[in-house]
Design a protein around this ligand. Structure first.
Ligand code: ADP
Length: 499
């Protein structure tokens, strides 16, 4: 008896017996324990049992018992029970009717098994399963609606396809039902299939993703398309080797074509610009020769006896010729730069001398306007910089003449100083300054502050564009800052020689 009790306790299995004629009920110790009634002086009766069954389960329990009492065989029912301490357990109950030899119902015997843990585990499992179903639905929706071809191959089964999404059907023009369970060789010509398989194998053997940047793929109606395919090894938890391969292919055919067309258009445009610049360079050069003839003749003419009126005419002729020539020089320079044909020297030269020469050439202009033109050199200024002396002078002449041109009163200062491994030369003026909206355009070709500038001050708007390019070609820099109404500072840097 003791053993039986222990066995029941171990199994969480209680037993009971209902003597129908005497209407007495016997509960085993484990049955009492299961109902939370052990040691509480509980008197088991049918009603006392039913009072432990929650309202919601009562009817089904009663029906099950009645059926058995009516001779319809054993019953099995799962239901909840409430213990006096308020806890709820889940039990599986079985019952059997024992009849007397004359067939009269005598006793109802049964067992009650505590299945609370199993139920808990089952409902946790159900919740997990639901979660999995939701996640699977999410994944399916993503995979089916993503605009890239997504497919999975089974590495251990000859790289047969196990998943093929809608975009894959569209991009490869192969229906899902025609490819699932097949290998690349079942569907594509050998050469194409070999290509696919080559990257598949790399993923499988190296266990690392492979990015096939441009994969040509043959299709039924669209000819050869270009794909960007990323293949990834899929390692299933619990396994150390990749078992599947996930591939994502993007159709880059159009993108590639557009890029190629743009590239071709760009090259054509560049070619046209080059031809134009070459033509301009040639024409500028050709115009120079006769222009020099005109100027030379004007010069000679000036030294012949002329009336006062004639002398003025020749002077205008000469001045206009010079302006034209300098315009042609600018055009020639600019078109050379545009055509990539401008060559600059890189040699050590004394910057100090170049600055002096430039200033000397423009002193007459500043004197004429009554503007002070000063040069400042620190004592210890290193002697040589690297660059093209002629081109540096051209840049300086442009900056200084602009400074004089755009200054009504005050001064223009040219100051050289050491800046790191470079020498910086500043051209400061107290002129009209450059407005904020003009600043970004100042180094662009044919750019002047505004239309009235050209009328008032002349010029082509090419000078700074040329100067900037020349400085770039020499490995130097050219920049500026300016305050409207107060003046501008243009500065250029050139590397020191000997570095
Ligand atoms: P331009 O031959 O017309 O002088 P630049 O390229 O040398 O051409 O200069 C372009 C424009 O930049 C000028 O027309 C002028 O508006 C502005 N600019 C250049 N230097 C100065 C300066 N020192 N002060 C004010 N404006 C300047």
């Amino acid at each position: 008896m003791k053993n039986l009790q222990e066995a029941q306790q171990l199994a969480h299995l209680g037993s009971w017996e209902w003597d129908i004629a005497a209407d007495t009920v016997l509960w085993s110790e484990e049955q009492l324990r299961l109902f939370g009634e052990h040691g509480r002086g509980f008197k088991p009766t049918f009603d006392a049992f039913m009072s432990h069954v929650p309202e919601s389960d009562r009817e089904s329990v009663q029906t099950a018992i009645r059926n058995t009492l009516e001779g319809n065989g054993d019953y099995y029912i799962e239901h909840e029970i409430m213990r006096p301490d308020g806890t709820v357990r889940f039990v599986a109950e079985q019952g059997r009717l024992i009849c007397a030899p004359d067939g009269k119902p005598e006793r109802l015997i049964g067992t009650t098994l505590d299945i609370t843990e199993r139920k808990r585990y089952e409902s946790a499992l159900k919740a997990k399963q639901r979660e999995l179903e939701i996640q699977t639905a999410f994944l399916k929706t993503i995979v089916e609606n993503i605009p890239a071809a997504v497919f999975i191959k089974d590495i251990r089964d000859d790289f047969r396809v196990t998943l093929w999404n809608k975009s894959a059907e569209e991009i490869f023009q192969v229906r899902r039902e025609d490819i699932i369970g097949k290998t690349a060789h079942d569907l594509w010509p050998k050469e194409q299939a070999d290509l696919y398989l080559e990257s598949d194998k790399r993923v499988a053997y190296d266990g690392k993703p492979v990015d096939v940047r441009e994969e040509p793929s043959q299709t039924r109606d669209r000819g050869t398309i270009l794909l960007n395919t990323v293949k990834l090894p899929l390692i299933i938890p619990g396994s150390s080797e990749p078992e599947y391969l996930l591939a994502i292919s993007n159709d880059i055919t159009n993108e590639k074509r557009v890029t190629a067309e743009l590239q071709a258009a760009k090259e054509a445009a560049e070619g046209a610009t080059r031809t134009k610049s070459e033509f301009l360079a040639m024409m500028s050069h050709e115009i120079r020769t006769p222009m020099n003839g005109v100027l030379g003749m004007a010069d000679l003419l000036m030294h012949t006896p002329l009336s006062e009126e004639q002398a003025k005419m020749v002077e205008t002729l000469k001045y206009s010729g010079e302006v034209l020539l300098s315009l042609i020089d600018d055009l020639l320079d600019y078109s050379k730069i545009e055509a990539g044909k401008m060559e600059v020297e890189s040699q050590p030269f004394p910057l100090r001398d170049t600055i002096r020469e430039s200033v000397d050439l423009l002193r007459a202009q500043s004197d004429q306007k009554g503007i002070d033109l000063t040069v400042v050199f620190p004592q210890d200024l290193p002697g040589l910089v690297m660059g093209d002396p002629g081109r540096t002078r051209q840049v300086l002449l442009n900056l200084i003449s602009n400074a004089i041109k755009f200054t009504y009163a005050g001064n223009v200062v040219i100051e050289a100083s050491v800046e790191g491994r470079c020498i910086r030369t500043e051209v400061r003026d107290t002129g009209i300054g450059i407005s904020e909206e003009t600043r970004p355009r100042i180094f662009r070709k044919f750019s002047q502050a505004d239309a009235s500038t050209a009328r008032r001050f002349g010029g082509t708007g090419l000078g700074l564009a040329i100067s900037k390019s020349l400085m770039d070609l020499m490995g130097g820099q050219l920049d500026f800052h300016s305050v409207v109404g107060q003046g501008s500072t243009f500065y250029l840097t050139l590397p020191m020689a000997g570095d």
